[in-house]
Design a binder for this molecule. Structure first.
Ligand code: ADP
Ligand code: ADP
Length: 238
């Protein structure tokens, strides 16, 4: 479902120092595959390249070399328009939720559908069940500022699901939440994986998150994938 082939990412360093390096290699020759329906975690220290890796999958960052395919479609060579279409199959949620503060809960979830040009009535038919799925049907008319962190992330999850993606990318999605709220968001993601068959790739620096919902886990260190295994083996290995 998600496949990376020889992906590398080099960032230019702004204001380049005279003697030091002019670039940072954030990813080195990543080869990686997540089969359909799997929940896969990528863990690693701060600066290891996790965020770059996940952003390369929907091309929020463009890999310097290598190819990325999602749901059988190669993304790195697509035109802007074709990429916008392909992104409907890739939902994403973030550490700080990235909701629009001047839009209601309903209108935040409706936004990607409006951008797709969907008709009003159809948008309503799609958004209402999503708000029910995430347990926020009664909050439709409220604004993000009126919600708790966990509720905001639920809105973001509903918004990410609005275009009926095949893949959900989670960028430190529980890192801003307390342990109890984290558990409830992870339970929701597990539920979505089961009921919708959605493939989930998450990055986190928290082992507990991986233990709680992932089947497979990769360890990234200094831009390289250094280990991959089933979660049970990963945590029992000597
Ligand atoms: P992580 O998510 O694991 O903390 P990142 O992917 O954010 O790691 O960063 C990997 C490396 O790339 C780090 O050395 C970081 O400083 C560098 N980096 C990330 N984004 C940029 C950028 N936009 N420009 C330059 N360097 C960057
Ligand atoms: P904008 O003014 O930027 O279009 P709105 O807040 O008016 O944003 O909402 C965008 C869409 O979502 C509109 O179609 C609106 O009717 C619908 N909408 C907003 N809040 C609700 C709600 N609580 N219940 C049903 N539909 C809503």
């Amino acid at each position: 479902m998600i496949r990376l082939h020889n992906v590398s990412k080099v960032y230019p360093l702004k204001g380049g120092r005279d003697n030091g390096p002019q670039t940072v290699q954030a990813l080195k020759n990543i080869n990686f595959h997540v089969p359909a329906g799997q929940v896969h975690g990528v863990i690693g220290l701060s600066g290891a390249g996790k965020s770059t890796l996940i952003r390369c999958i929907n091309l929020l960052e463009r890999p310097t070399t290598g190819s990325v395919s999602v749901d059988g479609q190669e993304l790195t060579g697509l035109s802007r328009q074709a990429l916008n279409q392909a992104r409907h199959r890739i939902g994403m949620i973030f550490q700080h939720f990235n909701l629009l503060t001047n839009r209601t809960v309903f209108a935040n979830v409706a936004l990607p559908l409006e951008l797709m040009g969907m008709k009003r009535a159809e948008i309503g038919e799609r958004v209402t069940p999503l708000l029910e799925l995430v347990g926020l049907a009664e909050k439709a008319a409220e604004y993000p500022a009126q919600l708790s962190g966990g509720q905001k992330q639920r809105v973001a999850i509903a918004r990410a699901l609005a275009s009926r993606p095949k893949v959900l990318l989670c960028d430190e999605a529980t890192s801003a939440l307390d342990p109890q709220t984290t558990s409830s968001i992870l339970a929701l993601l597990r539920d979505i994986n089961h009921t919708l068959g959605l493939t989930i790739l998450l990055i986190t620096h928290e082992m507990e998150v991986v233990k709680s919902i992932c089947q497979r886990v990769s360890l990234i260190s200094d831009g390289e994938l250094v280990e991959e295994s089933d979660v049970g083996d990963f945590f029992t290995a000597p």
